[in-house]
Design a protein around this ligand. Structure first.
Ligand SMILES: [Zn+2]
Ligand SMILES: [Zn+2]
Length: 442
């Protein structure tokens, strides 16, 4: 009985002793459980076995409350619980779970466009042959639906699947859709602060960080928004995702704006969808010079052009992107003074999730945000503005993603996207060229 329980908890995973609900003696008796200190030290050089961190500045030595000694822990993966030199890391070395083949698991009854169908077929092939594949699909191409045939095939083969994304909002938006599309498949959703989840679910949805708790677990790993921060810039996360795969497994990458490097790396294993599922063009951003908008905000005034834009879309849902939290706060004050209802959301704002939920339900029609919401939000009839588009944080990819929020709904396939700026940048011009070229492709 206990063995079965240990297996359910640990198979395909690596967990700290503080995360495992079994006594040490029991775990150490099991032939299928391996244990090592979570941190390794060689010649005074620390290495974290859980996350693979080697950067010495990210290790911290302190008087530990657990072992009552001087003890070192890894700050890189601290959000998943403290991996310290006095803590054991448990891994599973026995047989993994097998899942019964599930036929016709997909309850989605829609149809794919011909471009979607071609891409879906390529992904099914990648699953069957345990290959890598990049799906490069414009924002609003309907890439989630494109995954369905490959997921259905995976479950028919009894495979275990992980779908991960760097951003929590993307996972939150994806989860209910997958529950609906695959009601018979056991699922768990992991992100910082998620509720207790079934441990051996066949379909795992998670932020990329959470995959550090897995090893050699998945037959198929799908990484959404593969170009997004922090995944794209952090080798440790990429290694964690790599380690979560079985030795023979399919690896599928999704992006609307893959970096040049990824485009090149996967050039022989990629499919492109340059049309939105409803067949309409991607909305083209307009550029509006907005003068000394920073000065206006400092004085608590709403820049004239922004006010005019707000008025012209009075009852429509609106989103305004700004370059920093500081500007977000200033803009929020100016909007309040102008009596314009809104919520202001950034990565650390306490009410972030309730505010976004208010907005999704349509209870407030304007959201002001930093780039954290550039991906993953889909709202019908959305109008979008970027204030301070000249800021370096708005790269070509960020501007393309932000523009991609507009016109995603079949019933309202167009909408306004404007870059308010104090001087055109290369990134702005490149973003527009990018969208034009996608619109020109067949
Ligand atoms: Zn670590
Ligand atoms: Zn300790």
């Amino acid at each position: 009985m206990t063995n079965q329980a240990i297996r359910q908890c640990l198979a395909g995973r690596q967990l700290l002793e503080t995360e495992v609900p079994f006594p040490k003696e029991v775990l150490h008796r099991s032939l299928h459980v391996n244990h090592q200190p979570a941190l390794q030290s060689e010649f005074g050089h620390w290495h974290c076995r859980r996350c693979g961190n080697d950067e010495q500045a990210l290790f911290y030595t302190h008087e530990c409350a657990r072992c009552k000694q001087q003890c070192t822990y890894c700050r890189y993966c601290i959000r998943l619980g403290k991996a310290s030199s006095c803590t054991l890391l448990y891994t599973w070395v026995g047989a993994l779970f097998s899942y019964r083949p599930l036929f016709s698991a997909c309850a989605w009854r829609g149809t794919l466009t011909s471009a979607q169908a071609v891409a879906a077929k390529a992904l099914v092939r990648a699953v069957e042959q345990a290959h890598v594949h990049l799906l490069w699909a414009v924002c609003g191409a309907g890439k989630t639906e494109v995954l369905y045939p490959a997921l259905a095939r995976s479950f028919a083969l009894g495979y275990r699947v992980a779908i991960v994304a760097p951003r929590i909002d993307v996972i939150k938006e994806l989860a209910p859709r997958l529950y609906e599309a695959f009601p018979k498949v056991s699922q768990s959703v992991w992100y910082a602060g998620s509720r207790k989840q079934p441990l051996h679910a066949q379909l795992v949805l998670a932020t990329t960080h959470q995959l550090m708790r897995y090893q050699h677990a998945f037959d198929v790993v799908i990484v959404d928004e593969v170009d997004a921060f922090p995944y794209a810039y952090d080798e440790r996360l990429q290694r964690a995702v790599e380690r979560a795969r079985k030795n023979v497994s399919a690896f599928i990458l999704l992006s609307a704006t893959p970096s040049r490097q990824i485009q090149k790396q996967y050039r022989f294993h990629q499919t492109k969808i340059s049309r939105r599922f409803h067949g309409h063009d991607l909305p083209l951003p307009s550029l509006q010079w907005c003068g000394h908008w920073r000065k206006d905000l400092q004085q608590g005034k709403l820049p004239k052009k922004v006010r005019a834009w707000m008025m012209s879309h009075r009852i429509k849902p609106k989103m305004i992107f700004v370059p920093s939290v500081h500007i977000l706060e200033q803009l929020s004050i100016s909007l309040k003074r102008a009596d314009m209802a809104h919520v202001a959301v950034h990565a650390q704002s306490q009410a972030r999730h309730t505010d976004v939920a208010l907005y999704r339900r349509g209870e407030v029609d304007c959201i002001v945000t930093t780039t954290i919401l550039e991906r993953g939000i889909t709202i019908k009839g959305l109008q979008v503005a970027v204030l301070g588009a000249e800021d370096h944080i708005f790269t070509e990819a960020a501007l393309v993603q932000i523009s991609g929020r507009v016109g995603r709904n079949q019933a309202e396939p167009t909408g306004d996207i404007v870059f308010f700026h104090h001087g055109k940048t290369k990134a702005m011009k490149k973003a527009i060229a990018h969208i034009v070229s996608m619109n020109e492709e067949e």
